[in-house]
Ligand binder design. Structure first.
Ligand SMILES: [Zn+2]
Length: 80
């Protein structure tokens, strides 16, 4: 079972974006998500450009699931 929550937060320190692996600078409004994949609890930050990319490219079509670096990979794939 997957339980996912998310909310927009202002980051209090630098974080790495889960889906593009780029740095989200401190003080940026960012989507913070957390959930349970059945085994592990996970929590992650996703930057605004990634959220837009994810919705524009339907990267959530396989249920509500995102792999680490998936936006970065999809961009490379789309550019090749
Ligand atoms: Zn990102």
């Amino acid at each position: 079972m997957s339980i996912t929550f998310s909310k927009t937060v202002k980051t209090k320190k630098d974080h790495s974006c889960f889906t593009c692996c780029e740095t989200i600078p401190k003080g940026t409004l960012t989507e913070f998500s957390w959930g349970n994949d059945g085994v592990y609890w996970w929590r992650t930050y996703i930057c605004d450009p990634c959220l837009l990319y994810i919705s524009e490219n339907d990267l959530l079509e396989d249920g509500n699931w995102l792999d680490e670096g998936c936006v970065d990979e999809h961009r490379r794939w789309a550019a090749s």
